[in-house]
Ligand binder design. Structure first.
Ligand code: GDP
Ligand code: MG
Length: 297
């Protein structure tokens, strides 16, 4: 097994370009959360691809933004952390969206990092050929990187890209045991499943202001269910009523959908209890962010 390869790969790109979808396509399992609304990934979530030839540890970085507020700054620090530690970066752009200032900003970091980069045009299923050629020209201006066309959602080009990624990783033994799917602990995955439902079920800006904290995670011996208690922190008193809903219906609906996801993840019955509390303007307050686990480095 001398030519086994192992390395880490950062997925870099604007919110909504399809980083989580590509990660899931690589892994063939649902690990990172996917939602139709942007910016749902707030931390580094590593998924591990393992086959007979290679082990690849993927970092799905949150979207990049100019660091105006503490949460944006935290997200930028996560992107840079993922870049520092990686052997290769995949720089994703959305074929159906504009490629402009945000990409120039990210391209600057990538060039400065001196890491090998593959420029990946995703969502090719949504555009015509001339548009792809145009994007490829723009990509060459951003950096001297090899280019790939994929549609993460349909799987087109994903196998070829994966083969290319493998070929660029250093030779070495696996870092993680084969049966380890993600390096995030279960509590965090459970919190993300609850947050995913907030993005799917709540409208407008409300889900962006929800932080989920797991208060209790008790793995009782079977046949008793796993007991999970979580608090949803909202930014404004008025959001609390919306999250709970008339007669508690909204919260109930969030809870039962999240519970199904958690049961699928754990393969066990789950009893999920959700609480809602207001923590005024937590997104703008560094002390409150720290308390919620968004530590700034
Ligand atoms: P992220 O914010 O970069 O992680 O983006 P997501 O993976 O959450 O994807 C954002 C949205 O784009 C979701 O609704 C995906 O289903 C959709 N999407 C991702 N890849 C593709 C693709 O190749 N084709 C199409 N049509 N949609 C895609
Ligand atoms: Mg994502």
């Amino acid at each position: 097994m001398t030519d086994f390869r192992c390395g880490s790969v950062a997925l870099v790109g604007k919110p909504n370009v399809g980083k989580s979808t590509l990660l899931n396509a690589f892994l063939g399992e649902k690990v990172a959360i996917v939602s139709p609304k942007p910016q749902t990934t707030r931390g580094n979530l590593a998924g591990i691809h393992q086959d007979a030839e290679a082990q690849i540890v993927f970092y799905d970085t949150p979207g990049f933004h100019d660091p105006k507020n503490p949460l944006a700054r935290f997200m930028l620090s996560q992107v840079q952390e993922a870049l520092d530690g990686c052997d290769l970066a995949l720089f994703l752009v959305d074929a159906a969206d504009s490629v402009g200032e945000d990409e120039e900003l990210a391209a600057g970091w990538l060039r400065k990092s001196k890491k090998p980069v593959l420029f990946v045009i995703n969502k090719t299923d949504l555009v015509e050929y001339p548009r792809l050629l145009d994007l490829e020209r723009k990509g060459k201006v951003l950096g001297p990187w090899p280019q790939f066309r994929v549609a993460a959602k349909t799987g087109a080009g994903v196998k070829e890209l994966l083969a290319e990624v493998k070929g660029r990783l250093p030779e070495g033994p696996p870092l993680f045991p084969e049966d380890q799917l993600t390096d995030k602990n279960l509590r965090e995955l459970v919190a993300e499943l609850v947050r995913e439902q907030c993005f799917l079920q709540l409208t407008r800006e409300i889900p962006y202001g929800v932080a989920v904290v797991i208060e209790e995670f008790k793995e009782n011996p079977e046949p008793d269910p796993v007991v999970v208690t979580a608090t949803l922190y909202v930014e404004k008193e008025s959001h609390k009523g919306i999250v709970i809903g008339a007669g508690g219906r909204q919260l109930k609906s969030l809870g039962s959908a999240a519970r199904e996801g958690i049961e699928a993840l754990l393969g066990r019955k789950v009893f999920l209890q959700l609480w809602v509390k207001t923590l005024k303007n937590w997104r703008k307050d560094e002390d409150k962010l720290m308390r919620l686990g968004y530590g700034l480095t």
